[in-house]
Ligand binder design. Structure first.
Ligand code: PNS
Length: 161
């Protein structure tokens, strides 16, 4: 297995334009980027794991150094298996910082050689989250411009939009 440079982990339920903005920025910075979707058996997501992977693969197909994968269990164990040295996370606002700092510190305790790198999305996406997208779609509001067109179509197909 080739060593990877950076891992961008998340739930991606669903991928938003904010995530895409970060993926595009990171693809320019790192030789190889793995977008790693959490397979969380405790939480019931709107989109199944195969659906989330398919959407991410579709929207990142033009980026040759981006790979989409899934993981279960501890992120630090997955990062070790993939020989990644960097964890990438996005920070939209100060409110994200506390949780992200806590995770970064905990991940450092679990794997001291793994560095968390934070990127900031374009200001146009600073308020976009998967949770709000799901809620707006569920209540029949418009999500165009917040998610890639394929995600919008799938939200509609699910009857969530
Ligand atoms: O998109 P999200 O939901 O904010 O992503 C959170 C994620 C997947 C990065 C986080 O929940 C995670 O890493 N989960 C895997 C389990 C784990 O390693 N937990 C300890 C984190 S310090």
């Amino acid at each position: 297995m080739n060593p990877v440079s950076a891992i961008y982990p998340g739930s991606f339920d669903p991928v938003t334009n904010g995530h895409m903005d970060l993926i595009e920025r990171a693809a320019k910075l790192f030789k190889h980027l793995v977008v790693a979707v959490l397979h969380n058996t405790e939480k019931a997501p709107l989109f199944t794991l195969p659906e989330r992977l398919e959407m991410l693969r579709e929207v990142s197909s033009a980026l040759p150094n981006v790979e989409v994968d899934s993981f279960e269990g501890l992120l630090t164990d997955y990062a070790r298996r993939r020989q990644a040295k960097v964890l990438l996370r996005g920070i939209r606002a100060v409110s994200d910082y506390e949780y992200e700092l806590q995770m970064a510190m905990m991940n450092r305790r679990l794997e001291p050689d793994l560095e968390t790198v934070f990127l900031v999305p374009a200001v146009a996406y600073s308020f976009v989250s998967s949770r709000l997208v799901r809620e707006i779609a569920r209540l029949g509001g418009p999500v165009s411009g917040l998610v890639p067109p394929t995600v919008e179509r799938r939200l509609r197909a699910k009857g969530a939009y």
